[in-house]
Design a protein around this ligand. Structure first.
Ligand code: NDP
Length: 341
């Protein structure tokens, strides 16, 4: 355990090929030095681990710059101010920031923003349902896929942080039927019993293409109107197969290929977009932050009155942050994966 003046951090030691391994990360002790005027020191309480971090471990262009070698793995975190030389933040304040995988963070006050208190909702929700992942779900359905009353909606990765919220928001916004896919019988059970999906698919039980055809009866012209894609690969191909005329897909993530060590072939049925007048649109949240207040306006009451349930899988202890990240990509989480320090 570091003192408040030293910070234990996880740095990127080298860029992985395929699945990351322990040697791709390095644990480093850093002397933070005296707190300078305008600076704040924060002891972190919760760290977020997210699939997009895998993309940032690679060199090259993405929607956020790659992590730098021999520098900290940055990302969302919540912590408490333990020392401040800034007038706006005082010791004891709970703050959110993007300084990532370190137990103590020290930086100019502008790097930290107070956690907005929402009565009846834990602070951790700002890293999940009321943070970027909830916003992603809402944005994909509204601004990107233009969800309409009565639509049939399919969500992949449906028991994860974004997916567990997306299915519920689709229903709250008028979807007539929600279908979710996730890995394993336990997650499939949660989809219908907890996240309000009408139909659950365990994609590990049989090929997703075959299962999706069976549950939609696409042969009879009853497919899907909206596809919220967290997975890509075989899931995207299966979804295209059951598109209704005019279907819209929000391409949010493609986790099935994040750890591939070679390029993955694209869907074999893109021509169906032509014959069915369907469209697919990718998006990343940073381009849409001006919509965040509109999201909160709708989502906060849903969370407060229990219409939008949210789960967290919490790993204990800073030492577990790398494993939490790797396990997230292997599907060890239900809802938002967090590390509590
Ligand atoms: P999740 O909580 O959904 O965790 C990842 C999940 O992916 C795992 O739990 C696992 O669930 C599933 N998974 C892993 N490998 C596969 C596979 N080969 N096939 C099918 N499922 C797989 O993460 P998030 O909710 O944070 O993110 C979900 C997606 O959204 C990611 O692709 C992420 O990159 C993307 N995203 C995009 C954003 C944007 O701005 N566009 C913003 C935030 C997230 P299971 O056990 O069911 O396999």
């Amino acid at each position: 355990m570091s003192t408040d003046r030293t910070s234990t951090q996880i740095h990127l030691a080298r860029r992985p090929t395929g699945w990351p391994v322990d040697d791709d990360f390095r644990r480093v002790e850093v002397d933070l030095g005296e707190l300078q005027p305008g600076e704040v020191r924060v002891r972190n309480e919760l760290l977020s681990v997210d699939p997009y971090m895998r993309g940032r471990m690679n060199a090259g262009r993405s929607y956020v710059p790659p992590f730098e070698l021999d520098a900290v793995m940055t990302g969302a975190a919540i912590g408490r101010v333990v020392a401040s030389r800034d007038d706006g933040l005082v010791e004891g304040d709970l703050v959110q920031h993007e300084l990532g995988w370190r137990d103590v963070a020290q930086a100019p006050a502008a790097a930290f923003r107070p956690v907005r208190e929402v009565p009846g909702v834990p602070a951790s929700a700002h890293l999940g349902v009321l943070g970027v992942t909830g916003f992603t779900a809402w944005l994909g359905l509204t601004e990107i896929a233009h969800l309409r009353e009565g639509d049939v909606v399919l969500v992949s990765g449906a028991a994860g942080s974004v997916g567990s919220i997306a299915g519920q928001i689709a229903k709250l916004l008028g979807a007539s039927r929600t279908i979710g896919s996730a890995g394993g019988p336990e997650k499939a059970r949660l989809l219908t019993e907890r996240y309000g999906y009408d139909t659950a698919i365990d994609y590990k039980a049989a090929p997703i293409r075959q299962q999706l055809r069976a549950v939609t009866g696409r042969e009879d012209g009853e497919g899907i109107d909206v596809y919220f894609d967290n997975v890509g690969g075989d899931h995207l191909e299966a979804a295209i197969e059951v598109f209704n005329d005019g279907a819209r897909a929000a391409l949010c993530g493609a986790i099935s290929s994040y750890n591939a060590d070679r390029r993955v072939p694209g869907p074999d049925n893109l021509w169906l977009l032509i014959t069915r007048g369907a469209s697919m649109r990718g998006f990343t949240v940073p381009h849409y932050f001006p919509h965040f207040p509109a999201f909160l306006e709708q989502a906060v009451p849903w969370v407060q009155d229990g219409r939008l349930v949210h789960d967290e899988t919490i790993r204990e202890g800073f030492d577990g942050v790398v494993d939490a990240f790797l396990d997230l990509m292997r599907g060890a989480n239900t809802g938002k994966m967090l590390v509590r320090l």
